[in-house]
Design a protein around this ligand. Structure first.
Ligand code: CTP
Length: 394
């Protein structure tokens, strides 16, 4: 099993600041992380498992003796991309430093070699004690990121360095460790995906092979980078994407209606959908009998992207093209004809790419730049296209 960079373990130690980690959990979720909480047994004196389970929507185990058949300490460790241990008490830091494995959290820490952040919170005397200092130095030398606690008033009357840091600082430092970019915060990204269907009769339609996977990858990537994302999905298997508002449509004209509602307020439009260029002139309400099913009269669908480009004010427009021959030339003509900022051309000769997790093709920019991509994941392409969109947004 490979680790997932959005899967995070939040380890909670037995400090009064455990209640502040409830807010930390929420802020991590807001930033697209999926979080499993692993409290130490004694931390449950401060915040109970029910709170963690309700907030994370996942079980919150403390011991390796629960769900033994699932070998939780190995499976959770393998799927998680990062750890954050907050609050970390002097005792928990000591246990980690000497490699103890006497509860689920310390087992997980030993069983996983992904980046880990420790957020200490304790009385200043404990933080300044030579034993704690030595343990922190040991952990830092092993690659743990150990935050400096804040200085100020403690739970009692004492003050000094030992306070749980502000959640906003923890999240910023955690993002820096994970490489999570929030460069689309406050931006609206509108994405179309899938393939439209143009009804011939109640049973038959004109459709295409687009699976919508690239659009889902784009929606997920934009959401993780902080954007407010709307996905207009044409006939896709995916019914939900975490944190993304989805509208389902069938035909090109349905899509046109939804685009008209959303376009004005978006900052980036990504037309990833394969829109049928034509539709039957008439859609029959009864199924056509085979003896009469000999020809279909067609009329052109509007070019949705070209129409919106004519109305654009500040929007960055990204188109997709699927070509079997003369990819670059024909995509560059579309870029110009439809007044786009960016176009990605898929080389679909031989049916490649449709429904797959990888793609190969070329990104063309309005300034003439060409970026050729060989066998990259649709997730990687999504991030790259967003990088170029952000560059143009300025
Ligand atoms: N597109 C659109 N409306 C259409 C057809 C296409 O908005 N009626 C958009 C697609 O979503 C894509 C881009 O235009 O982002 C290019 O689509 P493509 O089908 O490759 O281009 P066409 O202009 O239809 O050219 P052709 O089919 O002749 O290659």
């Amino acid at each position: 099993m490979s680790s997932d960079s959005r899967e995070v373990i939040l380890g909670v130690g037995a400090g009064i600041a455990a209640y502040k980690s409830a807010d930390l959990l929420r802020r991590l979720q807001d930033r697209g992380y999926r979080v499993s909480v692993v409290p130490t047994p004694s931390s449950l004196n401060f915040v109970g498992a029910a709170t963690w389970e309700a907030l994370s929507g996942r079980p919150a185990h403390t011991q390796v003796w629960e769900n033994v058949h699932e070998v939780t300490h190995i499976s959770l460790a393998q799927k998680s991309g990062f750890f954050i241990i907050a609050p970390a008490t002097a005792d928990l830091i000591a246990r980690i430093a000497i490699g103890r494995a006497d509860d689920l959290l310390t087992n997980l820490i030993l069983a996983s070699d992904v980046p880990k952040m420790i957020v200490p919170a304790m009385h200043p005397n404990m933080w300044n004690d030579p034993a704690t200092k030595a343990n922190v130095a040991t952990l830092r030398s092993r690659g743990f990121t150990v935050l400096e606690p804040d200085t100020g008033r403690l739970t009692g009357n004492d003050s000094g360095q030992g306070r749980f840091p502000e959640v906003s600082r923890i999240v910023t430092e955690f993002d820096a460790m994970t490489g999570n970019k929030q460069d689309l915060l406050g931006r609206r990204v509108l994405i179309t995906a899938g393939g439209t269907r143009e009804a011939i009769d109640p049973v038959r339609f004109i459709g295409n092979r687009s699976s919508g996977k690239q659009g889902v990858a784009l929606a997920r990537a934009a959401q993780l980078r902080g954007a407010d994302v709307t996905l207009i999905a044409a006939n896709m298997d995916t019914s939900t994407v975490d944190g993304v508002s989805i509208t389902h449509v069938e035909s090109a004209r349905d899509m046109q209606v939804e685009l008209a509602k959303e376009f004005k307020t978006c900052d980036v439009l990504i037309m990833c959908a394969a829109v049928a260029d034509a539709r039957p002139v008439t859609t029959l309400s009864e199924k056509i009998k085979k003896a009469f099913f000999t020809s279909i009269e067609l009329e052109a669908n509007p070019d949705l992207l070209a129409e919106l480009a004519r109305q654009k004010s500040h929007q960055i427009m990204i188109g997709f093209a699927a070509e079997t021959t003369e990819h670059i030339d024909s995509a560059r003509s579309k870029l110009t004809a439809k007044s786009l900022d960016i176009i990605y051309v898929n080389d679909v000769s031989g049916g490649a790419i449709f429904g797959k997790d990888v793609t190969h093709g070329t990104i063309l920019l309005r300034n003439g730049e060409e970026i050729a991509l060989k066998e990259v994941s649709k997730d990687a392409l999504a991030d790259l296209l967003l990088d170029y969109a952000i560059r143009q947004l300025g």
